[in-house]
Design a protein around this ligand. Structure first.
Ligand code: FAD
Length: 309
């Protein structure tokens, strides 16, 4: 039984782990050049060495007992650690958020830089079409953000495509700034300060090296209102707001850049996963449950259990 998974974020990789443990042959495809998905970490050279920014998810919390076991394994493997600055139950990947995705991906055959353009039903098989050709599988799993589901599934599972289309994500403008000196502000993070939804001293997270580095996220409402703005004006606005929110004069910047996430925090479709035994087609992703890392894990795990059953 060959299973093809589109999307090697945490949902796809968690499904892959469960299915590989159940004895299936799994191949994952991801359009990105490397591991991360929305748990990405960006490296940027500065005059004071390499700066690192978790520019997607900032940290995660743990509620489910099964997820707690997984996080214990990540901690034992050195790819996750608690980050008390964000709360008692806050965890991050180490040395970057993407370390978790890298570690999970290492166990599987993942084809990076490979966007699946469409999937085609051929007899009892699913053919995945990409730039370099195509491959066929007995089972197809789609583990991509809600907004990217419909183009793949509209002609095979229109009701699922409609559910995904109705589950709208919020955007997030993210500014990444490294400074020549420490920003003279006591706490390592702040929430909901005017136009800022969240800002954190990324370089204070466990296991980080490099210069003083901050990640500043516009609130969902501000990001939506400024979605089509130029990066330069977003940088100017959010850096000024960081100065205002911390109440300090910011040191000289070594580097400052911005990233626009059109689909950052998912909606919540009120499901856990989608699985059709007849056609052997499945869907997982945070958006089925809600906009959290734990949701992506829970959805992937539930789908693997359904497929294996
Ligand atoms: P993704 O990580 O998006 O993975 C989907 C993968 O599918 C991607 O790697 C993509 O490249 C790939 N893909 C898409 N289409 C195709 C295609 N056609 N072919 C091949 N590959 C494809 N969560 C928290 O718990 N705490 C937070 O603080 C937090 N903050 C966040 C802040 C931001 C700015 C963002 C962006 C997200 C945040 N999240 C947070 C949400 C969290 O990152 C997600 O819930 C989780 O990472 C989703 O995992 P996923 O596997 O469902 O999707």
């Amino acid at each position: 039984m060959r299973i093809g998974i589109i999307g090697a974020g945490l949902a796809g990789l968690t499904a892959a782990r469960g299915l590989a443990e159940a004895g299936y042959a799994v191949i994952l495809f991801d359009k990105a050049r490397g591991p991360g998905g929305r748990m990405s970490t960006r490296r940027t050279e500065t005059a004071q060495g390499m700066a690192f920014f978790d520019h997607g998810a900032q940290y995660f919390t743990v509620r489910d007992a099964g997820f707690a076991e997984t996080v214990e394994r990540w901690e034992a493997d050195g790819v996750a650690a608690r980050w008390a600055a964000a709360g008692d139950n806050a965890w991050v990947g180490t040395p970057g958020m993407n370390a978790i995705i890298k570690a999970e991906a290492a166990a599987h055959d993942v084809r990076w830089n490979c966007r699946i353009e469409r999937i085609v039903r051929e007899g009892a098989s699913w053919r995945f079409e990409h730039d370099a050709g195509s491959e066929s599988f007995d089972t197809a799993i789609v583990a991509v953000p809600a907004e990217q589901v419909a183009p793949l599934l509209a002609s095979h599972a229109p009701e699922w495509a409609a559910l995904a289309e109705a589950t709208v994500s919020q955007p997030c403008w993210t500014v990444m700034a490294s400074f020549a000196e420490r920003v003279d502000f006591g706490p390592d993070c702040l929430r909901n300060a005017g136009t800022i939804g969240w800002a954190a001293r990324n370089s204070a997270k466990p296991g980080r090296t490099g210069p003083e580095s901050w990640v500043v996220q516009g609130s969902p409402a501000w990001s939506a209102a400024h979605l089509e703005d130029e990066a330069d004006s977003v940088i100017a606005a959010l850096v000024a707001d960081l100065a205002a929110a911390t109440g300090v004069a910011l040191p000289e910047t070594l580097i400052v850049q911005a990233h626009r996430w059109r689909y950052a925090l998912s909606g919540a479709a009120g499901r856990t996963m989608l699985w059709d035994e007849g056609s052997r087609l499945g869907v997982s992703g945070d958006w089925l449950i809600g906009p959290r890392i734990e949701s992506a894990w829970a959805s992937g795990r539930a789908l693997a259990a359904a497929v294996a059953a």
